[in-house]
Design a protein around this ligand. Structure first.
Ligand SMILES: NC(=O)c1ccc[n+]([C@@H]2O[C@H](COP(=O)([O-])OP(=O)(O)OC[C@H]3O[C@@H](n4cnc5c(N)ncnc54)[C@H](O)[C@@H]3O)[C@@H](O)[C@H]2O)c1
Ligand SMILES: O=C(O)C(=O)C[C@]1(C(=O)O)C=C[C@@H](O)C=C1
Length: 291
């Protein structure tokens, strides 16, 4: 990675110093793309740890004070809390400040946050399609966004210069940066991210509740079950908020998935060998093609 000659961001304030916020802070610091990083959050122990780990330069428990002098604010808290956070900081932002976020659902966030900005300050929605099942600043790492995509979701009201800067920040983090409208983002993510999490959480609960073997069934699980359900170890609050704010699209994909499970059930019930093989072959080909 090459270092930037002058920092792209003068002072970055990260609100919610966890996996997503911490990883962006780490990569921008590592690349010399930021002058100073201020961590903002509710838990002092976590913020202190952020300083110890070299993720942030300093921290502040009061968001209204923490955003002072920041030219970019990155909000990386669970989706439902993002508008509340932005409402709180909006009157305290410097002129020219860009607020962006990493929330997994975009229409809810962008619709709520855009009107909160006062003239001369800007909101640009964003979502890195990168993560792990782990949370907290300890789980953050500088290469999280390398070779991944970060979708940026402007509206017709978005300031072009602010959009360009947010695109540049994610490019510095190593990501390709597709631009799309928030509603398209939410429908796509419902299929490729939210549905798989709903299925994984359901699968673990279903197998756990399948009590024909007198308990301890999960303890016998091996590679297949563990690979498939890794994401069911993700943070419950994060996923509660995603399910609450992208409800319609998630329900549509869940219904669509149920139809496919129904088709497979019919093939199993009919002992339809060629049908089963064709079903599995099609799936294998599609998945192999994205590896
Ligand atoms: N984990 C992933 O794989 C992933 C990937 C892409 C986007 N996201 C999104 O990024 C955001 C952050 O996720 P994460 O995985 O970094 O979570 P995390 O739990 O690792 O970090 C979130 C941080 O925000 C803090 N926080 C929570 N509510 C807050 C509030 N009201 N005010 C201030 N701080 C608050 C928490 O204490 C924590 O430090 C979420 O919106 C999530 O949907 C997550
Ligand atoms: O790899 C993982 O653990 C993830 O769940 C990351 C993942 C996903 O790919 O679904 C989860 C939610 C985000 O909003 C973006 C990425």
């Amino acid at each position: 990675m090459t270092k930037a000659a002058t920092p792209l961001v003068k002072r970055l304030a990260v609100i919610g110093l966890g996996l997503i916020g911490g990883s962006l802070a780490r990569v921008l610091r590592e690349r010399g793309a930021v002058g100073e990083v201020v961590g903002i959050g509710r838990g002092e122990a976590n913020l202190k740890r952020g300083v110890e780990l070299g993720v942030i330069d300093r921290y502040c428990l009061d968001p209204t004070e923490g955003v002072r002098g920041a030219d970019v604010v990155f909000v990386a808290t669970p989706v439902c809390s993002i508008p509340t956070v932005v409402e709180r900081i909006a009157p305290h932002l410097e002129d020219g400040c860009i607020v962006t976020d990493g929330g997994s659902v975009k229409e809810f966030v962008v619709n709520a946050c855009e009107p909160l900005m006062r003239p001369g300050t800007f909101f640009v929605g964003g979502h890195p399609i990168a993560g792990t099942e782990h949370s907290g600043v300890e789980a953050s790492f500088a290469t999280l966004y390398q070779g991944k995509r970060c979708i940026v979701t402007p509206t017709e009201k978005t300031d072009p210069a602010a959009l360009a800067k947010v695109v540049k920040i994610w490019a510095y983090a190593g990501s390709a940066v597709p631009v799309m409208d928030p509603a398209t983002h939410d429908r796509m993510l419902a299929a490729i991210s939210h549905l798989p999490h709903m299925v994984a959480y359901s699968l673990v609960n279903a197998v756990d509740g399948y009590d024909r073997f007198g308990g301890e069934l999960l303890a016998f699980s091996a590679g297949g079950f563990r690979d498939f359900t890794r994401i069911a170890s993700s943070d419950p609050v994060m996923w509660r908020d995603i399910a609450l704010t992208n409800q319609e699209a998630i329900l549509e994909t869940m219904d669509f998935f149920s139809d496919y499970l129904g088709k497979l059930r019919t093939l199993v019930a009919a002992a339809d060998g060629p049908g089963l093989e064709a079903f599995f072959r099609n799936s294998k080909e599609k998945r192999d093609a994205i590896l």
